[in-house]
Design a protein around this ligand. Structure first.
Ligand SMILES: [Fe+2]
Ligand SMILES: [Fe+2]
Length: 373
């Protein structure tokens, strides 16, 4: 550790301007810290040591000064309105950031576009209709974090960095589905006004935590289950690959949201009611959206492998998908500590969902990473 006081340094520059050596003479308590890289390299988790580690619950300053620096008082206010850690944090957020950076992929390079082959018209059109919808809805999950990020206290840097990765992921999702729609003769098909109601509900949420409940827990959770059923939905290996790549990204987003809601409620139990209110409304809007004729028919045709078996195979499989989507959403709410089972208006009987099975499946606290999705 250096102990020099640098007494003999000049007080003025050769041009006569006063010089400031405070940064060199400073007596920073963490001086000398040398975190060890993990086998993966030097991760954000490795450098989270001493006063650089966790953000405070209610950081006081409002500038972009880096957490852990010696911060001059009286700096400008950046206008942050999300200043409580519980309003944005999740215990897995730093780990998820590292994973996101390590698993970036390219929609140009990592999808075997050359293997696309001509499909029957009904299947190609169904795939293109699904891609039209996905291209439309994916970007809300970029716009929403972008809307809130500049309002978040800079001390929550790891959460903001994770949201940056989500924004990049969603750009890639919009890209890959747009490319798929345009790459095999079908093109972009019908865009109705219905999805916009859902997207507006999400973007207009009054608090970030309400927004994240609507988007990560509900909206992205439903998309995640579509990707999880990608093996059955995809007509060829090209789409299978697309769904698989998107699925790992989406699981990160949902895992962050689930653990954020859990953290928010654990640290501020009063927030539970505002989350419930957002989900009361969100579930209705999402159910309307999921039941929209374009989505359900396109998915049924894909699941049936064509219109011929849409009734005997397509609709039963799409019912299975709906059941899976609602079940995993309700189990996710249990993991997030916001049980919806006694409050939801989702027709559990009609969907064949047993609340006790959900309660049992969702009860234990998820560890970290993507487990929570
Ligand atoms: Fe996405
Ligand atoms: Fe997402």
């Amino acid at each position: 550790m250096a102990t020099e006081t640098y007494e003999s340094l000049p007080e003025t520059s050769p041009m006569g301007a006063p010089l400031d050596w405070a940064w060199l003479r400073g007596a920073k308590s963490e001086w000398g810290v040398r975190p060890k890289p993990s086998p993966r390299g030097l991760t954000m988790l490795d450098i989270a040591v001493g006063s650089y580690a966790e953000p405070q619950d209610h950081p006081l300053h409002r500038s972009m000064a880096p957490r852990g620096a010696d911060i001059e008082s009286g700096g400008p206010d950046m206008g942050y309105i999300v200043n409580d850690k519980s309003s944005v944090w999740a215990d897995n957020v730093t780990e998820l950031y590292e994973e996101a950076v390590a698993r970036q992929w390219s929609a140009t390079r990592d999808v075997p576009w050359g293997e696309l082959r001509e499909l029957p018209d009904d299947v190609e059109h169904a795939m293109c209709q699904l891609c039209t919808l996905l291209t439309e809805v994916e970007m809300i999950a970029a716009d929403l974090p972008a809307k809130w990020m500049w309002r978040m206290n800079h001390d929550f840097i790891e959460a903001k960095m994770f949201l940056c990765t989500q924004i990049m992921d969603e750009a890639r999702h919009a890209e890959v589905f747009r490319k798929r729609a345009l790459s095999n003769g079908g093109g972009l098909l019908l865009s109705r006004s219905q999805p916009t109601s859902l997207l507006r509900t999400i973007i207009e949420a009054k608090t970030y935590t309400q927004a994240t409940a609507l988007m990560h827990l509900l909206g992205e959770g439903f998309v995640l289950d579509i990707f999880r059923m990608g093996e059955l939905i995809a007509p060829t290996d090209v789409e299978k690959r697309i769904f698989r790549l998107c699925m790992q990204d989406e699981a990160r987003h949902v895992a962050y949201g689930t653990m954020h809601i859990r953290y928010a409620i654990e640290h501020d139990p009063d927030v539970a009611e505002e989350i419930h209110e957002a989900l009361d409304h969100g579930e209705i809007v999402l159910t309307d959206f999921g039941g929209a004729p374009d989505v359900s028919t396109a998915l049924a045709v894909l699941l049936a492998g064509g219109v011929e078996h849409v009734e005997d195979k397509g609709f039963p499989l799409s019912m299975e998908l709906s059941k899976k989507q609602f079940s995993s959403y309700l189990a996710r709410c249990e993991r997030a500590g916001i049980s919806r089972l006694d409050r939801t208006k989702i027709p559990l009987d009609l969907l064949g969902i047993d609340p006790e099975t959900i309660r049992a499946a969702g009860g234990s606290a998820p560890k970290g990473g993507r487990d929570a999705a």
